[in-house]
Design a protein around this ligand. Structure first.
Ligand code: HSE
Length: 425
């Protein structure tokens, strides 16, 4: 029987989950795929952690050179995260003739061109299903099953931490900061949650997914990004009254005018399938010219869901001797013909506070009208203690620049102030 040796770099949550799946399913893979997948080595600083997972002491390595020079190892699994030392280790593994499976979205997003070039040069595989949406098999689906499509749109709830926080804020009415603290205690949010709550994590994933969807490199730097750290529960409540759920949404569109890519808090109409994706669950909603709409849903993080994606890549690598790579020209920058649309179109939720005086509402709508913005829904609340009244508007579809100019005009009047702007779909 064909034996495939694996090394795991990093035994954190995902590394531990991967080891558990490989050990528990080893006999099954022998029967189902005719391969004996053996974890030959792990690279882990904490010997205790490795021993606690049942890994024999002689399999614990302390440097990458030991793994690169071990002829028993065919596939290196990188689950360290971050750029360094992960990048050095992955390049060393590829250059020593090992295939690599990685869950590292930041590394793959920023350096896929370099990693793929190195893999091609060494005729080895490079697999990255686990970089995006944990256990949900979106990358393999796009690389293989969905090739009969040109995609016009990819939208996703692709960060579990922020989806958990927004869902809890919506369910409990609690403020952002207290829900974030609770999410940290429960292990949903990292001690330093910056990458998740400011939208970097979702932007790395959108860069990878939209590059695959639109067949051209979409650099991370082209993605408009706004996080959830400024969200006030008041807006979640008003949104609900108007029939919307608030999500951190990653949006990629490929239209005649060009490609738009953005990550920001978004009000989603309650009858859209993405509105029902709650807690730490993730989903990706794709629209292709042949298949029409497809939604993939599941756990976007965690030891076993992400381990599931990694093990799928290991088996794919072990059973496909001719390696295939990205379905686009994987360069550092977008190709020169790609046009990025920054002045995208959207409908907008605006929360204003206005002076309680005759004629204020008509003055606000006149200022919106000056920028060709019309209103589709609104709520006017009774006057607050400070003598101002909340006014909540949903606009019809308009251009970002028009709306931002109208917001600036309204804010310079003195009688009205825009306190929240949230894009809607
Ligand atoms: N921090 C990520 C999330 C983990 O919350 O979705 C999975 O990439």
């Amino acid at each position: 029987m064909k034996k495939v040796g694996v090394a795991i770099l990093g035994l954190g949550v995902v590394g531990g989950g991967t080891y558990k799946i490989l050990s528990e399913h080893r006999e099954q893979y022998k029967k189902s795929h005719g391969v004996d997948i053996v974890v030959e080595s792990v690279l882990e600083r904490s010997k205790e952690r490795a021993l606690s997972l049942g890994i024999e002491e002689n399999r614990i390595c302390s440097n990458i050179a030991e793994i690169c020079s071990n002829p028993e190892i065919d596939i290196v699994v990188e689950v360290i995260g971050g750029i360094e030392p992960a990048k050095t280790f992955v390049l060393a593994a590829l250059n020593s003739g090992k295939s690599v499976v990685t869950s590292n979205k930041e590394l793959y997003c920023k350096y896929s061109h370099q990693l793929e070039k190195t893999a091609k040069k060494n005729r080895v595989g490079l697999f990255y299903e686990a970089t995006c949406v944990g256990g949900v098999p979106v990358i393999r689906a796009m690389l293989d099953n969905l090739q009969g499509n040109n995609f016009t749109s990819i939208m996703g709830i692709i960060n579990g931490t922020t989806n958990y926080i927004l869902s809890k804020m919506s369910q409990s009415g609690a403020a952002y900061k207290s829900v974030l603290e609770e999410a940290k205690k429960l292990g949903y949010a990292e001690a330093d949650p910056t990458s998740d709550v400011e939208g970097y994590d979702a932007a790395y994933k959108l860069s990878i997914l939209s590059s695959l969807a639109f067949h051209t490199k979409i650099p991370f730097t082209e993605i408009y990004r706004e996080g959830i750290d400024g969200i006030d529960n008041l807006d979640i409540e008003y949104g609900k009254r108007l029939g919307y759920s608030l999500k951190l949404l990653a949006i990629g569109k490929n239209e005649k005018s060009g490609i738009e890519v953005r990550v920001h808090p978004t009000f989603i109409k309650s009858d859209h399938p993405l509105a029902g994706v709650n807690d730490s669950y993730n989903a990706v909603f794709l629209t292709g010219d042949s298949v029409e709409d497809v939604m993939l849903y599941g756990r976007g993080a965690g030891a076993l869901p992400t381990g599931s994606a990694i093990v799928g890549d290991i088996i794919y690598c072990a059973t496909h001797p001719n390696h295939s790579y990205s379905t686009f020209n994987n360069t550092e920058k977008a190709d020169s013909a790609t046009k990025f649309v920054k002045n995208f179109g959207s409908a907008y939720y605006l929360r204003l506070s206005v002076q309680d005086k005759t004629g204020v509402l008509s003055k606000v709508t006149a200022l919106l009208g000056k920028h060709s913005i019309s209103v589709s829904q609104f709520i006017q609340e009774s006057v607050r203690d400070d003598g101002r009244a909340p006014l909540i508007l949903i606009t019809h579809l308009n251009k970002e620049q028009n709306v931002m100019r109208a917001v600036s005009d309204i804010n310079s009047t003195g009688f009205a102030k825009v306190e929240a702007v949230i894009r809607t779909i």
